[in-house]
Ligand binder design. Structure first.
Ligand code: SAH
Length: 498
């Protein structure tokens, strides 16, 4: 180990920052945060530092660095752009055994400032020993995504109960099990849901009962449309903690691959027309696993509350007193629009968006066709491709112009994404021509025409008039996860050539 890590208690201890610019600001802010009595020494202060000095957050020592500035300092940071001043600070500080750090000169420092993840009272500090600070920052970013912000309150709660936990579980192994439960079960879930009082009550209840029972819970997670990059951090964390994952067929393999390796995965796929698992069957499975004390993730394509029957699932859980959380996902309409370069609203073309489903004939009969046929609105239609013909006819019959542009987005956000464009009058025919398959989303409205010029992801839109449209492959980035180096290089070359 190159450096000895230590967490210094600087509360009410004088520390010195030399320099009055942006770097000094950052250093001073972190030190003030830790409760230190910060003196900033510099001929002049940045406006922010001056404001802090005015408000008493820091003290200003005006002028160029002088040795006596070090008199009462526990540590000193050189944050000027003057190497000679830094050298002087380092020599004097070391002679006096004061810990010293000067920016941009790791070799001369007697302490380094790590990259920090703050979940007070938990602090995680990462250092590369000065060799690769950028790397330390990247590691910090990775860890940030893994650690929920409820970690801080959880640690505070654990601290408050620490004595009682020790009394209740004198045996070290039992105590560890209790902390594990506290860290990842009911209490953590309640804190994540912003229910601090209930979290405390649950922890106390567990302390009073013979064994801390895992109560079992369900997290309804929206997996997004397919691109794993569109999963939320919360969704990712839930997948990391799950014992059991009940997922739809629509959830992409890439998203499932992010789940904890030893989680049990159960596909509860429903295919339009013939259902593999009935909705009641899904409820029964969720209840069975949660009641056995497991952490269940119910993983759904897109968003769980948009044509996802998430509401019914929560009702079933509520009826049986199972604790639940909901993590939203990026719904197909939002994702397909973004990945096809179609703004769902646009000041010139559409003032509203409607999300609707038209999976079967029966769903058609419940739709408000005159309202759907109005202009200057965008329809995002979640649908089975078999219904396009009927949809087209009804909409035109109710007055929507046959010339209204559409875009059918098949496998939106996935590597295989295809976008087929045209006008309402050609909708069913174009879909047949290109053998469009499920999952596909229909975007209908004036904005759909923008796909022709704004598309950026995957293959260009398949336009009826594609032959005349100038292709612009140099604007597109390749679909993700394709390590096709020659193609990338060609692409970069094309961009550089303009
Ligand atoms: N809860 C989901 C929708 C479930 S209904 C969500 O919020 O996205 C299933 C329909 O969603 C499919 O028939 C299709 O119309 C649409 N869909 C889901 N994922 C899609 C994708 N990657 N590309 C295109 N359409 C998609």
């Amino acid at each position: 180990m190159k450096l000895y890590p230590l967490f210094a208690d600087l509360r009410d201890r004088p520390v010195l920052v030399v320099g009055g610019g942006a770097v000094a600001e950052r250093k001073a802010a972190a030190l003030v945060d830790a409760g230190a009595r910060v003196t900033v020494g510099a001929p002049a202060l940045s406006p922010l530092l001056a404001q802090w000095a005015e408000g008493g957050r820091i003290r200003h020592r005006e002028g160029r660095f002088e040795p006596q500035w070090l008199d009462d300092a526990w540590l000193v940071i050189g944050a000027t752009d003057d190497a000679a001043v830094h050298q002087q600070i380092v020599e004097l500080a070391q002679a006096r055994r004061v810990f010293v750090n000067v920016v941009d000169d790791a070799a001369r420092c007697s302490f380094h400032v790590p990259a920090v993840i703050d979940r007070a009272p938990i602090t995680i500090a990462i250092s590369s020993g000065g060799d690769a600070p950028m790397f330390a920052r990247l590691i910090r970013e990775r860890l940030e995504t893994l650690l929920d912000h409820s970690l801080g309150p959880l640690a505070t709660l654990a601290a408050r109960l620490r004595k009682r936990i020790r009394l209740r579980h004198p045996d070290m192994a039992a105590r560890r099990r209790f902390y594990e439960w506290l860290f990842s079960d009911t209490v953590a879930g309640l804190l994540r849901s912003g229910r601090a009082a209930e979290a405390q009550a649950a922890a106390e209840h567990a302390l009073a009962s013979p064994v801390a029972q895992s109560a079992g819970s369900v997290v309804l997670v929206g997996a997004g449309p397919g691109d794993p990059g569109l999963l939320t951090l919360r969704g990712l964390r839930a997948l990391n903690e799950a014992d059991v994952i009940l997922h739809d067929r629509l959830v992409s393999a890439e998203v499932l691959a992010l789940a904890r390796r030893d989680a049990e995965r159960i596909e509860v796929g429903k295919e339009s027309g013939h259902h593999h698992t009935t909705q009641e069957g899904i409820h029964a499975l969720m209840l069975e696993h949660a009641q056995a004390g497991r952490r269940v993730v119910r993983l759904k394509g897109g968003d769980p509350f948009v044509f996802g029957r998430g509401g019914e699932e929560l009702e079933a859980l509520r009826a049986h007193g199972i604790r639940y959380e909901v993590v939203p996902g990026i719904t197909a309409a939002v994702a397909c629009a973004a990945y096809a370069g179609i703004p769902l609203t646009h000041r010139d073309h559409a003032q509203s968006v409607r999300l609707l489903t038209a999976h079967c004939k029966a769903s058609h009969d419940t739709l408000d066709w005159p309202a759907l046929a109005r202009e200057r609105q965008t329809l995002a239609v979640y649908m089975g491709v078999a219904q396009l013909e009927a949809f087209q006819q009804r909409l035109i019959a109710h007055g929507r112009a046959a010339s209204t542009p559409f875009a059918l987005v098949e496998n939106g956000s996935r590597r295989e994404q295809r976008v087929i464009t045209g006008t309402l009058g050609q909708l069913a025919q174009r879909a047949t021509e290109h053998a469009v398959q499920s999952p596909a989303l229909l975007i209908l409205g004036e904005v759909a025409a923008l796909a022709g010029s704004l598309a950026w992801f995957g293959a260009p839109p398949l336009d009826a008039a594609a032959a005349q449209a100038p292709a612009m492959p140099d604007m597109r980035r390749p679909a993700p996860n394709i390590p096709d180096l020659p193609a990338r290089e060609a692409l970069l070359g094309a961009i550089h050539r303009g």
